[in-house]
Design a protein around this ligand. Structure first.
Ligand code: ADP
Ligand code: MG
Length: 700
């Protein structure tokens, strides 16, 4: 039986909700009227015709046309999956949009979130087995599921949304699904994109393309005459200028990260409050991934009413990361302020770590941003760069994550699902051979694959954990050091955003509170102490806040810890701890060495300069680092490039541990001559003949 658009339209108007058998609420009808106006809704006939006749289809439509919220619902009616016991999945690159889409769609369908419609993101599952038939999930989550069930047999339709963002996970999923389609003729696949990339996907899959024509209004674009030396300051000035001089309509400002956004919001709010009677009340709302979900919802609130009956109307200013570029559409935006930057995850091949860097956006991004101003009526976009720079400095399109990030985790995942030949793998865009080699080299050093390129038993377990291979390795080997209980906590704490709060007007107090947790043994121990204190205080929110710790982040770490603990149980990784405090600290640092021996720096001089091992990059300890001394050898978790290169979350280690737990990487016969080699050699002499020498192989 094939469902047609007219049948679906009839079903939507029905008195009774077909999924719950309850009568529809008035809210359902209100939202339905708004949905009917979405461009996607107007393409329903075409959708069912093409979807019924093809296994794979591509959909292209500008942001806000209704792809994320409507298409999965169309599929629900077409599939009637609740009759077949299968699930429709819709993937999103970001956690925040996964959750917000699921919430919105559960409202639109008049069902309870977590029942018929749910979501699943790393460490947080809001679905009910047997009941949920539409599941929004992150692309990373679906990729993990593919590792354990390569046929993805519980799904009837998989929708890859925001494919144009070209995240690593979505790219890999495209390759996997293309192969899987042949083995599962019953599986339907929809790839959705907001940009012209759709043509590329259409070719890759040889599938039909549905183009959703939006109703974009013209957007007038303004450039600055001169380059702006300080884009944040210029952005704030521009927002206030719009508020004072332009017609009513909300403003969307793009900035790069949490701190920048919070600071800008505060300043805009402050300056706008100086003359509220003359210029109407202004509400400034931040939007970034780590924002608590209750606050995220605020972006959809209407602007404030005028202060006096005939006064100027209120205005809403959203200050957002590039979440608002294509993933989340906020109605009512008429003005866009685009400084031209975003934060991108970039791999530094020399230091072998990923880090977030503020980088210029691409032309495609700039056009998307401008387009956000023309959703409801003609709008204006203020670009805070010159037209010459737009033409000559910005790249045409953004570089896919595949081509700029470390591939170690991805390659490990591919090995796990049985892909052996990485060169002949059907990539959407092939990564550079060096990037693949580097990933293989790292996995080999970690002991996840052997020298013939086969997955080892250790690697197979490492791949199960939703962590970077380095951290996975530490967790899996930690029982050998009898400190798996503590490493589990540290792994959870390394998987969440920054816990330390540092409000602008309380910086001194916050720093003092933080100093209380700093630990001579390093920042990893400080994270452990913070968590343990949080547990001792019964996960108390006010305790956390009075210690300048984010209760939200700690709660997340707690969840992650539970989840990881459950996984450890499943793989029979024992939870162990050492009673003696000194020995315990030592063991933890040794265990960390087993995974992070490639993220090591050596003290270069007395001025605080450190030099990274093998690649000789000069770095400094980040100002927030708790080490009071400058130890000879340290491992670090992050590399940050701001005014200068910093390493963050740093812990002291010993040369002999590096030699012991990573003998191949620290092979002195091939190690570069210099101070570091001398120090290692000295340590080697001391350490030869020590009783635990024989354990070396076992720890690798
Ligand atoms: P697309 O995926 O094509 O960008 P969406 O399906 O996300 O489009 O959005 C369709 C419409 O639904 C937009 O007008 C958007 O503003 C609205 N919308 C989405 N989520 C919410 C929400 N949580 N609250 C109110 N409106 C929403
Ligand atoms: Mg969308």
């Amino acid at each position: 039986r094939r469902v047609t658009a007219s049948q679906v339209r009839k079903a939507l108007e029905h008195e009774v909700n077909p999924f719950t058998q309850e009568p529809h609420t008035p809210q359902y009808r209100d939202i339905l009227e708004a949905r009917k106006k979405l461009p996607v809704f107007l393409h329903m006939d075409e959708f069912f015709k093409v979807f019924n006749e093809n296994q794979i289809i591509i959909i292209e439509g500008e942001p806000g046309s209704g792809k994320t919220t409507q298409i999965p619902q169309f599929v629900v009616y077409s599939d009637l999956p609740h009759n077949k016991g299968k699930i429709i999945a819709c993937t999103q690159p970001r956690r925040i949009t996964t959750v917000s889409a699921a919430k919105r769609v559960s409202e639109e369908m008049d069902v309870e979130l977590g029942r018929e419609v749910g979501y699943s993101i790393r460490f947080d599952d809001m679905t009910e087995p047997g009941t949920t038939f539409l599941k929004y999930m992150t692309d990373g989550k679906l990729l993990r599921e593919a590792m354990n069930d390569p046929k993805l047999s519980c799904y009837s339709t998989i929708i890859l949304d925001e494919a144009h963002q070209r995240t690593l996970a979505t790219d890999i999923l495209m390759s996997i699904l293309k192969g899987l389609a042949k083995r599962r003729p019953d599986l339907k696949i929809i790839v959705m994109s907001a940009t012209l990339d759709a043509l590329k996907f259409q070719k890759y899959f040889s599938a039909p393309l549905i183009k959703i024509h939006g109703c974009a209004h013209p957007v007038e674009v303004f450039y600055t005459q001169e380059p702006e030396p300080d884009y944040v300051e210029a952005a704030i000035r521009t927002v206030l200028m719009i508020h004072r001089a332009e017609e009513p309509g909300d403003i969307l400002l793009f900035l790069t990260g949490e701190q920048e956004i919070e600071d800008a919001c505060r300043q805009i709010q402050l300056e706008a409050a100086l003359d509220p009677n003359f210029f109407g009340p202004l509400t400034c709302i931040p939007l970034y991934s780590s924002l608590p979900s209750q606050q995220q919802k605020r972006v959809f609130d209407p602007p404030l009413p005028p202060k006096t009956p005939n006064g100027p109307p209120g205005r809403k200013v959203i200050v957002s990361t590039n979440i608002a570029e294509t993933s989340l559409t906020i109605d009512g935006i008429v003005y866009v302020v685009d400084p031209g930057f975003e934060k991108q995850n970039v791999y530094h091949p020399r230091i072998r770590v990923n880090s977030l860097l503020v980088t210029p956006i691409s032309k495609v991004s700039a056009k998307q941003r401008a387009g956000r101003a023309g959703r409801t009526r003609p709008g204006k976009c203020f670009r805070l760069y010159t037209e010459e720079d737009f033409i000559s400095e910005l790249e045409e399109e953004s570089v896919p994550e595949m081509l700029r990030c470390s591939l170690a985790g991805t390659v490990l995942g591919l090995f796990k699902i049985g892909v052996k030949d990485l060169v002949r793998f059907d990539w959407v865009d092939s990564p550079a051979p060096e990037a693949l080699l580097r990933a293989l080299e790292l996995l080999n050093h970690l002991g996840a694959i052997d020298t013939d390129g086969n997955l080892t038993a250790l690697g197979s377990i490492m791949a199960e954990f939703p962590l970077d291979p380095q951290l996975s390795k530490v967790l899996v080997v930690s029982p050998e050091f009898r400190c798996s209980d503590e490493i589990l906590t540290i792994a959870a704490m390394l998987s969440v955003p920054n816990v330390w709060l540092r409000p602008n007007n309380h910086r001194k107090k916050a720093d003092a509170a933080r100093a209380f947790y700093t630990n001579v043994d390093g920042d990893h121990m400080a994270l452990l102490n913070v968590y343990n204190n949080y547990i001792q205080n019964q996960l108390d929110v006010s305790w956390a806040e009075s210690h300048y710790l984010s209760a939200e982040v700690l709660a997340e770490a707690h969840n992650i810890r539970e989840e990881l603990m459950w996984m450890m149980e499943r793989f029979e990784i024992e939870l162990m701890s050492i009673a003696d405090e000194k020995k315990r600290c030592l063991a933890i640092r040794q265990a960390l060495c087993c995974g992070f021996f490639m993220q090591v720096a050596y003290k270069g001089d007395e001025m605080g300069n450190y030099i990274t091992v093998k690649d000789n990059q000069v770095v400094q300890l980040h100002p927030c680092c708790g080490l009071r001394t400058q130890p000879q050898w340290v491992i670090f978790n992050d590399f940050i490039l701001t005014t200068r290169p910093y390493i963050r979350t740093v812990t002291e280690v010993r040369a002999e541990w590096l030699l012991e737990y990573a003998p191949v990487y620290y092979d002195l016969t091939t190690f570069q001559d210099g101070k570091m080699k001398k120090a290692l050699r000295k340590a080697a002499k001391k350490y030869i003949g020590r009783p635990n020498d024989a354990d070396t192989e076992e720890h690798r």
